[in-house]
Design a protein around this ligand. Structure first.
Ligand code: CA
Ligand code: CA
Ligand code: ZN
Length: 262
């Protein structure tokens, strides 16, 4: 335990030192910030399953989620431990510009995820399950009314480069490749895959199976808009649920899942 505490303290000092260095090179006037632009790929590998929630068997809809970065710069998050140490890390987003500048914005927290045994950034995604009819109505009203049948708790992610989604942009090989709070991120053009087999990679539909019908799975990256994808997180073309979400229609017939596509 002592080693762990020392490691955490060292990490904190290092992270603080890096922050100071970064702040000494502030964004120059006129320099254009290079923001990430998070997007979600269509949910895939949908499976009906069961899992234990608070000691009870629950029915769940599992799927694979991919969030990728279509922006002009990386998503880069750095964690700094709380003092006194409580296992949580404050997260800051480092936004590079087209000169040598970096601006640093507080954006949330990293927490240790016991079932994955590594650090996750809290609230990176949110999953919803809608009745198709309700979804279509809500969509027609720009989601001013209507609500999903089920919503996941905020889904936390270890954020790293796993798949080069847009091979015409970004680095040819992985840059962000570890699940530590020191630094996690997504390079330009790269995506992070969250496989349906992972713990917590589902929407919980409760203690009875989902009735026959047609449904829509909706996955939203940065649903609470804590991450900067534009100046002041204000550009709806980059930050909105519409811009950051993807959907997959599924049908359940005689208790069996019918999915179009993959
Ligand atoms: Ca976006
Ligand atoms: Ca955002
Ligand atoms: Zn994980």
């Amino acid at each position: 335990m002592i080693c762990k505490e020392k490691w955490k303290r060292a990490l904190g000092i290092l992270s603080f030192a890096l922050s100071v260095v970064a702040m000494m090179a502030p964004s120059m006037a006129g320099a254009a910030p290079r923001y990430p632009d998070l997007r979600t790929l269509e949910p895939r590998s949908v499976h009906l399953g069961m899992t234990t929630v608070n000691g009870e068997s629950h029915y769940v809809v599992r799927f694979t989620n991919v969030i990728w970065n279509a922006g002009t710069g990386p998503l880069e998050l750095h964690g700094t431990p709380h003092f006194p140490i409580d296992g949580l890390f404050d997260a800051s987003q480092w936004i590079y510009d087209d000169t040598v500048g970096v601006s640093i914005e507080p954006v949330g927290a990293f927490a240790f995820h016991p079932s994955h045994q590594h650090f996750h950034f809290d609230g990176f995604a949110r999953y919803q399950l809608w009745k198709k009819r309700d979804y279509d109505r809500a969509l027609a009203r720009d989601f001013a009314s209507g609500s999903p049948l089920y919503t996941s708790p905020k889904v936390s992610f270890c954020i790293l480069d796993l798949t080069h989604v847009d091979r015409s942009s970004g680095p040819p090989t992985q840059v962000y490749r570890t699940c530590t709070p020191a630094m996690e991120g997504l390079s330009q053009g790269w995506g992070d895959i969250y496989d349906y087999t992972l713990p917590d990679q589902f929407v919980d539909v409760g203690r009875t199976p989902l009735p026959d019908g047609t449904y829509v799975i909706r996955s939203i990256a940065d649903a609470d808009n804590v991450l900067f994808e534009s100046a002041g997180k204000a550009d709806p073309a980059k930050e909105s649920h519409a811009a950051n979400s993807a959907v997959k229609e599924i049908t359940i017939t005689n208790g069996k899942l019918v999915v179009s596509g993959t």
